[in-house]
Design a protein around this ligand. Structure first.
Ligand code: G4P
Length: 194
């Protein structure tokens, strides 16, 4: 997606070989007009596939997932990273370890909001090691729902996430694919759809 690529080049910053800072438009300060266009892009790409719900993981996935849900006129489920006082019964749970952040958490979803009839699209900001998405997939499968695919804003193609998910048969649409990061260097994989 040309618009997102331009935004990354103008406002993103590669901190090192692993981390792209995007907090000025994606995960701290959020650009709603950009998110609306991202939602439309995912909505068009995943149209006519019988999708019934959008699923994301708190917190940075929420903005693009909500705009996708809005564009597709579907409800959105936010997977929680810990159970709350009001969310303590009838739960699906699975432990996820984030390599980037070096932490583990218990990904949690109420059994009330998903059923075997659901066909789900997962939306998230980054695809890095694929652990977050793999955890989301485990939860959705525990509910015997099916998965239409994964839409991510930014894929770090030099990390193993895509390979891990493709092995599980998950279709992936990444709006931007990054082939290399280094301090103040951002390189993209060339894409046909630009
Ligand atoms: P995964 O998401 O593919 O499983 O990879 P990993 O476990 O390594 O990373 C998980 C967390 O790190 C995610 O945030 C993801 O958004 C974030 N992350 C990964 N690579 C980058 C990067 O290059 N830049 C930035 N800014 N973040 C990155 P999270 O734990 O889900 O937290 P949240 O931000 O959604 O609350």
């Amino acid at each position: 997606m040309k618009l997102l690529k331009e935004k990354i080049l103008s406002e993103g910053k590669a901190l090192n070989e692993n981390i792209l800072k995007v907090d000025g438009f994606i995960n701290h300060l959020v650009d709603p007009a950009l998110m609306a266009k991202i939602g439309e892009e995912f909505g068009t790409y995943f149209a006519n596939q019988g999708i019934t719900k959008i699923v994301t993981v708190e917190s940075s996935g929420i903005a693009p997932a909500l705009m996708t849900a809005h564009a597709m006129n579907l409800p959105m489920i936010i997977l929680k990273k810990e159970p709350s006082k009001t969310l303590n019964q009838n739960l699906y749970q699975t432990v996820v370890t984030s390599y980037t952040k070096g932490i583990s958490y218990e990904l949690t979803m109420s059994q009330n909001y998903i059923s075997p009839d659901d066909h789900v699209l997962i939306i998230d900001d980054f695809l890095a090691n694929g652990e977050t998405a793999t955890g989301a997939i485990r939860l959705i499968r525990k509910a015997h729902a099916t998965i239409a695919g994964l839409g991510v804003l930014i894929e770090k193609s030099f990390q193993p996430g895509r390979e891990k998910l493709e092995k599980q048969g998950i279709p992936i649409y990444a709006l931007v694919r990054i082939s290399k990061l280094a301090e103040n260097v951002i390189e993209f994989l060339s894409e046909e759809n630009e």
